[in-house]
Design a protein around this ligand. Structure first.
Ligand SMILES: [Zn+2]
Length: 457
């Protein structure tokens, strides 16, 4: 388009939007909500801000340049003249969800492996999280060099997508779990000596990873578990360089040993037995947080029969139909049931739920995480199921949402920008058509999602 035409085009846009705004008076007018620097207001919504305070009834939030400029009850917040106003009447606004244990880039269809790891695939996964209101994710231990180019929030010219943080490549022992599982060869750092660990931690330090990940498991004795002196060295070498460490763990005894060594976050629930007071005391002393990943446990047995959610439009809208039909194939269910440990899996979920409630009641910081991203662990959808499983475990909807907002931001040291709908924070938010505090399944009634003030389509 030539310059003169472009001028008239812009003039027309300006006039049209001014006309729209003058008719606006509190009605929906979204003409400029998509551009990076747009200023807009949401008026009339209940605003649950993630701070632990009760929801603001009939609230107003002002977004300017991707950040929250003001928020409060309608009477106390002045909507700037000319701002686009989006009606929030009858709706609830909550902060975007933060997933402190996810994975990106490795899965295509129902298969995972380093051959799938590309910029295009990582971005596809981050956009998938975004559609479901998961606006931030910590990718935990399965990331190659490419991630460092994409780390952090989307650029202003990029399609809106979830902000991503990363642990780079995580640690296990030589030929240890999970490197021996399909799709994991070459993913984890396999270490066998403290000297190797030093070199590897130095690389992670140069990469400025947001977390260090260790896998400490033998999967019911089937695989090799990393030795304690090695994971102790990883924790101490990481701490020396100002890095923090989260661990995949399963057994109570390993949790105790890891926390005693100074572990910063448990990346899963203890699932072999009920946790005891000794672990709780130690978690408190070391200020370790806990990420339950309940839906990860559910995924180990839920596909034995085709689960009802495969026909739920909230699930199917963004999932390729051929994936759904593969999951419905009786052969897929038969493979799930053929796992020698299949009978133990439902009990692992129940144990995880029991231990979640115990940790919450003891005042241990519980941080939201789903372990979504590997095959059949669906990014975005699984986070909503995780919230539901947390409530089933005994948390209130507000407590479950707190884990996914302020608790997650605090644990990941990103609370300066993320986690609450308060002045100065990034405008990462979900407008819901129904109140999630009344029923946690209402987080699925997504009207709109914004990331850094830009609407996700
Ligand atoms: Zn994981």
């Amino acid at each position: 388009m030539n310059k003169k035409l472009y001028f008239y085009f812009c003039l027309c846009l300006f006039v049209c939007s001014t006309v729209l705004l003058s008719f606006g008076s509190g009605k929906v007018s979204e003409t400029s909500a998509n551009s990076a620097a747009a200023s807009f207001a949401i008026s009339g919504a209940n605003i649950w801000d993630g701070t632990g305070q009760a929801a603001i009834r009939d609230g107003v939030i002002i977004i300017n340049d991707g950040r929250i400029q003001a928020v409060g009850p309608r009477a106390s917040v002045q909507i700037p003249k000319g701002a686009t106003v989006i009606s929030g009447e009858g709706k609830t606004l909550i902060p975007g969800l933060i997933n402190a244990h996810g994975h990106v880039g490795m899965t295509r269809g129902l298969k995972a492996g380093p051959e799938n790891y590309s910029e295009e695939n990582i971005l596809a996964h981050l956009r998938q999280y975004a559609r479901y209101g998961v606006t931030t994710v910590l990718s935990l231990g399965s990331d190659f060099e490419l991630i460092f180019k994409l780390r952090g929030p989307a650029g202003a010219q990029e399609t809106p997508r979830a902000t991503v943080f990363t642990a780079g490549r995580g640690f296990t022992g030589k030929a240890g779990y999970p490197v021996v599982l399909p799709g994991n060869a070459g993913v984890q750092r396999e270490v066998d000596s403290v000297e190797e660990i030093r070199i590897q931690v130095e690389e992670l330090t140069r990469q400025k990873v947001d977390m260090v990940k260790i896998w400490v498991d033998d999967h019911w004795g089937h695989y090799k578990k990393i030795r304690p002196e090695l994971y102790r060295a990883i924790i101490s070498e990481a701490h020396k360089r100002g890095l923090r460490v989260m661990a995949h763990l399963f057994y109570l005894e390993d949790a105790k040993s890891l926390v005693a060594a100074g572990l910063d976050g448990m990346a899963h629930s203890v699932r072999d037995q009920e946790i005891d007071d000794a672990l709780i005391r130690s978690l408190k002393e070391k200020k370790t947080f806990a990420v339950p990943t309940l839906v990860r446990e559910e995924s180990t047995f839920i596909y034995a029969q085709p689960p009802a959610f495969l026909d739920d439009p909230f699930f199917g809208r963004w999932i390729a139909p051929e994936i759904v039909s593969q999951l419905k194939d009786p052969a897929y269910g038969a493979r799930v049931k053929a796992d020698p440990d299949f009978s133990k899996f439902p009990g692992q979920l129940k144990m995880g739920q029991k231990n979640l409630k115990k940790l919450w009641d003891a005042g241990i910081p519980v941080v939201f995480g789903s372990d979504s991203g590997p095959p059949a662990r669906f990014q975005g959808f699984f986070e909503h199921r995780e919230l539901e499983l947390m409530v089933e475990a005994g948390l209130t909807p507000a407590q479950a949402l707190q884990t996914a907002t302020s608790n997650a931001a605090t644990a990941l040291h990103i609370s300066g920008n993320f986690g609450t709908l308060t002045k100065g924070k990034r405008a990462d938010m979900i407008l819901l058509d129904a109140d999630p505090l009344a029923d946690i399944r209402n987080t699925r009634k997504i009207n709109k999602v914004w990331i850094g003030g830009r609407e996700v389509n």
